[in-house]
Write a new protein. Structure first.
Lengths: 306, 326
């Protein structure tokens, strides 16, 4: 065992020991959590904060075993250690969702329930997955378009054909706007901004009844917004994106792009803790807990601009 | 337009202008006829296509790739190949974005720095290739990956958008982008046909050994062609960044292949020594007319790609047939 690994194990053991000591004294639950490193992803930093906040609110001792790097092996080691020392439950945001088989078998043996967040782990012992529902999140975008655009045609600019996320976002918007009597035009752009720009320009010229544009990613939405602005139709066409990128927040603040939908990191973290508590108490939890998106428009964009 | 016989190289000034013009027109006429026919076809089948505005849209949308393809034409005529221009394109966009948003540089400085960065990366490709003798395909394939990585590193998670209006002008509207592309095309044409370094491209691409024996400094000339290609990639990258008004490291993926497609549709040889830049511009107009025209007809982007793929092969096949006949 290398020094670094040993140091890591000692650190984990210390955290666990102190946590267990506390748990015993307070006779409360102890839950181990391992997510994707927050230093790499702002989304995950926010998920981890929400997990901690919810755990504190419920009086649970939370052991944050998140590794500083996105290292699948280190994550597995930390979780293995937590299982052998004994915790009441596990919340895992897998760095790599393969290779947890023996870990989860051990958790099952010790009857430690597991909740997966963001990424599904294919194992019968994982009874709950909390995941962003792109379909529902795009439905939020679709509803916004219905409420804010004049009745007409919605141009949907998609990611890659067959890409699960891209397709779900397309279908979510499509269902919402078509139910409200809009027609749709769909064009695939392989997540390429320049394609989104050209399609937004050409389609709005060829189809004057386009009143709204949805792009499955924020770069595409910003490109589309700039294309219709160039076309002199910036004020008439409602553009909505997906992701919640800083450049789009600036555009929303300036009153250009209308809105964007962001994955609900807080909802994901909170729901993850609530589900593990239910599992520990032996209550039923649905296999999939979908998390919808948060809509960001001019009214709340200030909260997201740093 | 420029062409390709060794006679052009040895005595360019001795042929009369009318003779030259006729000769060049004959060379360009098949692709010119093709673009006119395709355009006329869309005019017939698509009512919304029938406007001057549409014509300008097609021309404007073609400008970025047309400028990039001017560089590719020169490199290919000289018997070289640069697959990294799409990545250079991305690096330059990020350089411009960072200089504006992080360092608040004035527009002229950003333009010069952007063009300089592209030229430098192109030059580097040329130097590495000339000195290592590693094939152009491999050197530029490596550069394609490496430069993309540089673009990603240089992004550093910074939001780069909302540039000054004096910068946006180079990509906005019809007049400025079309004028820039026209000037670039003419300058490239002039370089290839009227200057020594341009004529040498045909000589080197035709037969490098003969060119060397004729006293041409092949290494220096090659580095120049790659630098030229890098400069054009940079100009195209700056124009697209201005047009979209935000910078991103993912731009320009696959552009090197689009540029090569326009070059071969135009009839320039992939193996060097033969070709011209005006045909490349027409080749790019063929691609753009088809893709805009099909968009106007409501055809999806996937089917557009299939169509353009078939056109590429068809164009080269027709060229092969024509050569066999004559």
């Amino acid at each position: 065992m290398s020094f670094l690994k040993m140091a890591k194990s000692v650190a984990v053991a210390t955290v666990l020991a102190s946590g267990l000591a506390y748990a015993t004294s307070a006779s409360a639950l102890t839950i181990a959590y391992s997510g994707y490193p927050g230093a790499i992803s702002a989304f995950w930093a926010s998920v981890t904060d929400a997990v901690k906040a919810e755990a504190a609110a419920e009086g649970i001792t939370l052991l944050d075993l998140t590794t500083p790097e996105a290292d699948a092996a280190a994550q597995k080691n930390a979780i293995d250690t937590a299982i052998s020392q004994g915790v009441d439950g596990l919340i895992i945001g897998a760095v790599d969702n393969r290779g947890f088989d023996d870990t989860l078998a051990k958790a099952q043996e010790k009857n430690i329930p597991v909740v997966a967040i963001d990424t599904g782990i294919d194992h019968p012992w994982v009874k709950s997955l909390v995941q962003t529902d792109n379909l529902a999140a795009a439905g939020v975008a679709g509803k916004y378009l219905v409420d804010h655009a004049k009745k007409g045609t919605v141009l949907i600019i998609g990611g890659s054909e067959g890409h699960q996320t891209g397709n779900a976002r397309r279908d979510g918007v499509k269902a919402a706007v078509e139910a409200a009597g809009f027609t749709t035009i769909f064009q695939i752009c392989d997540w390429k901004d320049d394609c989104a720009y050209d399609q937004a320009l050409t389609q709005t010229k060829a189809n004057p009844d386009i009143t709204a544009i949805f792009a499955a990613w924020d770069g595409g939405a910003l490109a589309a917004e700039n294309a219709v602005k160039e076309n002199g139709k910036g004020a008439d066409i409602v553009v909505v994106g997906f992701d919640g990128s800083p450049a789009n927040f600036e555009s929303i603040k300036a009153g250009e792009q209308a809105a964007t939908v962001k994955q609900d990191s807080v909802g994901m973290g909170t729901q993850g803790v609530q589900n593990i508590v239910k599992l520990i108490k032996g209550e039923a939890v649905p296999a999939l807990t979908p998390i919808a998106g948060v809509l960001i428009d001019k009214s709340n964009v200030a909260d997201y601009l740093k | 337009m420029t062409d390709a016989s060794p006679a052009t190289k040895i005595e360019p000034a001795t042929r009369g202008f009318a003779v030259r013009a006729m000769h060049e027109f004959r060379q360009v006429s098949p692709v010119l006829l093709a673009v006119v026919l395709i355009y006329a076809g869309f005019l017939i089948v698509s009512p919304p296509f029938r406007s001057l505005d549409t014509l300008f849209t097609v021309l404007t949308q073609a400008t970025v790739l047309a400028i990039l393809a001017c560089g590719t034409t020169v490199v290919l005529i000289s018997g070289g190949l640069d697959l990294s221009v799409g990545s250079i394109f991305a690096v330059v966009g990020i350089v411009a974005g960072q200089l504006f948003t992080t360092y608040h540089m004035p527009v002229p400085v950003v333009l010069i720095a952007g063009l300089g960065a592209g030229t430098l990366l192109g030059t580097l490709n040329g130097i590495v290739q000339v000195f290592t003798k590693v094939p152009a395909f491999i050197v530029s394939l490596g550069a394609l990956t490496a430069y993309r990585g540089i673009a990603e590193l240089a992004t550093a998670g910074v939001n780069m958008s909302r540039f000054p209006p004096e910068f946006k002008i180079i990509g906005s509207g019809y007049i400025v982008p079309i004028s820039i592309a026209a000037v670039v095309a003419l300058a490239t044409w002039f370089m290839l046909t009227r200057t020594r370094i341009g004529n040498h491209a045909y000589a080197i691409g035709g037969n490098e050994e003969v060119a060397r024996l004729a006293g041409i400094n092949v290494a220096r000339a090659r580095v120049f062609y790659y630098a030229f290609g890098g400069f054009m990639a940079a100009l195209a990258g700056l124009m697209q960044t201005a047009r979209l008004d935000f910078a991103q490291s993912t731009r320009g993926v696959g552009y090197e292949l689009f540029a090569i497609a326009a070059v071969v549709i135009g009839g320039t040889s992939l193996f060097g020594g033969r070709g011209g830049v005006i045909r490349t511009i027409i080749g790019m107009l063929i691609i753009q007319t088809i893709s805009t025209g099909l968009s106007y007809m409501g055809v999806d982007t996937s089917t557009q790609r299939v169509t353009i793929g078939v056109i590429i092969i068809l164009a080269v096949y027709l060229d092969v047939l024509r050569r066999r006949v004559s």
